[in-house]
Design a protein around this ligand. Structure first.
Ligand SMILES: Nc1ncnc2c1ncn2[C@@H]1O[C@H](COP(=O)(O)OP(=O)(O)OP(=O)(O)O)[C@@H](O)[C@H]1O
Ligand SMILES: [Mg+2]
Length: 273
């Protein structure tokens, strides 16, 4: 495991509601501890509170009770600006997030305020665009890109900042399957090389299965938190990733397939044995 022992995100007994006049809470007593370098997928049905949790972690909403600590600093009105510098946030819809008239200007814009030299900036922008496979679009007008291309540029803009934590809220939904796989492997590499922590909200169980850990939310609470294998074996509500579905079907047909959960790599090895 690459995961360091340092805790980067600590959520303790977090409770939140949008409307203080109403009694029912959107999130109730959420506690999570995430280590630096960990990749955590957050899954759960529509309205279970995943996006609300992400907004709270980024300091965009204020907790009613409980605490959030990011990299050792307690999140509050005074610290939220500094904390936000450590967090890269990507949402599902990249529209209207662009300021620059070219893709490279757009990414550079955010960096200009960061006091770095022109050469360093150019290199950072180039690297970030390469990571998302958009370097050949650097001189294009971002508003004219396709939805998936815009999303890749938005992700490059986040990567250029070199955040400690990247939070993706269904950020890969728009991407074609090939770009999605490429981007997931880019994120995986970044995590291995730079110890970046990834928190990714997703409805795609193949994507969730790649994480170190899956948190399952339901009705504003965490109902499961564990490694993908445990989650998919113990939850009939979630449709398991493809390799595990295949394993179960083979088992039904009386094949001598292993009795325990299999990842895609394990299934490939078994089939090619
Ligand atoms: N701005 C808001 N004002 C009031 N209620 C809201 C607001 N945003 C979300 N909610 C409510 O809070 C609950 C949780 O919503 P949230 O967006 O966090 O769910 P989610 O798990 O991200 O769902 P999805 O999978 O559909 O994105 C829902 O009942 C939703 O209706
Ligand atoms: Mg959501």
């Amino acid at each position: 495991m690459l995961v360091a022992e340092k805790t980067i995100v600590e959520v303790d007994n977090l409770t939140f509601r949008y409307d203080l006049r109403k009694d029912d809470h959107t999130l109730s007593a959420i506690s999570i501890s995430i280590k630096q370098g960990e990749w955590v997928a957050i899954v759960g049905g529509n309205g279970s509170g995943k996006s609300t949790l992400v907004r709270l972690l980024a300091g965009l909403l204020k907790a009613e009770r409980g605490t959030i600590t990011i990299d050792g600093v307690r999140l509050n009105d005074e610290t939220k600006w500094d904390i936000r510098k450590k967090i890269g946030l990507v949402f599902q819809n990249p529209e209207n997030q662009f300021i620059g008239t070219t893709v490279q200007d757009d990414i550079a814009f955010g960096l200009e305020n960061n006091n770095i030299s022109y050469d360093e900036m150019k290199q950072t922008v180039d690297e970030a665009l390469k990571l998302v496979g958009m370097d050949s679009y650097r001189n294009q007008d971002p508003s004219r890109l396709s939805g998936g291309q815009k999303q890749r540029v938005a992700i490059a803009g986040i990567l250029a900042f070199k955040p400690n934590v990247i939070m993706l809220d269904e950020a890969l939904v728009m991407l074609d399957p090939r770009s999605r796989i490429q981007l997931l492997s880019t994120l995986k590499k970044l995590r291995e090389q730079n110890d970046i922590t990834i928190i990714s909200v997703t409805h795609d169980m193949n994507e969730a299965a790649l994480a170190d850990r899956i948190i399952v939310m339901d009705n504003g609470t965490i109902i499961q938190d564990g490694i993908p294998e445990q989650i998919f074996i113990n939850n009939d509500q979630l449709s398991p990733p493809f390799a595990e579905q295949l394993r179960r079907k083979l088992a039904e047909k009386g094949s001598a397939v292993p009795q325990s959960y299999m990842t895609e790599d394990e299934m490939v090895d078994w089939l090619c044995r």
